[in-house]
Design a protein around this ligand. Sequence first.
Ligand SMILES: CC(C)(COP(=O)(O)OP(=O)(O)OC[C@H]1O[C@@H](n2cnc3c(N)ncnc32)[C@H](O)[C@@H]1OP(=O)(O)O)[C@@H](O)C(=O)NCCC(=O)NCCS
Length: 198
Amino acid sequence: MARACGLPERIEVLSQLELRADPRGAPLPVHRGRRLACEVSLSHRAGAVLCLVGAVGSRPGCDIEWVEPRSAAFERCFLADLEQRRLAAVSDALRPLEANLSWSAKESALKALRIGLDLDTRKVVVDSSSDGRFTVSLPVEASPLHGRWGMHAGFVWTAASPRPGWIPAAPEGGDVGSTATGRPTQCAVPGATSPARV
Ligand SMILES: CC(C)(COP(=O)(O)OP(=O)(O)OC[C@H]1O[C@@H](n2cnc3c(N)ncnc32)[C@H](O)[C@@H]1OP(=O)(O)O)[C@@H](O)C(=O)NCCC(=O)NCCS
């Protein structure tokens, strides 16, 4: 946040940065009580945190999920028909990645629009590709949102924005989302420990 806003990256400045919440729960970056000139999205899951910072007007949304099996009921209740058809077509080994990628991309898009989970997520349609990009179509937006996804230590992360032409950069420390030959052949990175289910 300091870097995006041109503040010195010194401990006395960093210790005065805050993330407050706006009335809808979206993060509001503040320094010494004053609104900072940047926009932030935040996600936490199983001990991991993802924070996406953009310039004013970039409207960032991000999300991180542990890649774990999702139930058939979850897929039916929360994923769009197109996403369910994609899931049916992938191998059992890749199914958890595909399901969590779809879910994460939806959350990123809904956060970017400051909507949260107030919309029926089956009407929020994710179309992802193996080059680490995706689009999200929503009934409330004329144009699809564009985003980027990747994997890191057993997690899948996504970042999206409704601003035309703005595709978020990969996070610091984040691995590329896919291999040149397609999606990864396994979901969990070797050595990653499974978090407790929450
Ligand atoms: C926003 C939401 C999608 C977050 O998803 P999640 O998987 O639970 O949690 P994540 O860790 O990925 O994200 C949480 C962060 O999203 C951000 N957030 C919360 N509401 C947001 C909104 N309306 N728009 C953008 N970002 C929001 C906050 O920074 C929050 O961090 P905090 O908990 O430290 O304040 C979800 O909580 C939501 O829709 N909330 C509002 C509506 C609601 O509560 N519906 C009932 C839930 S079934």
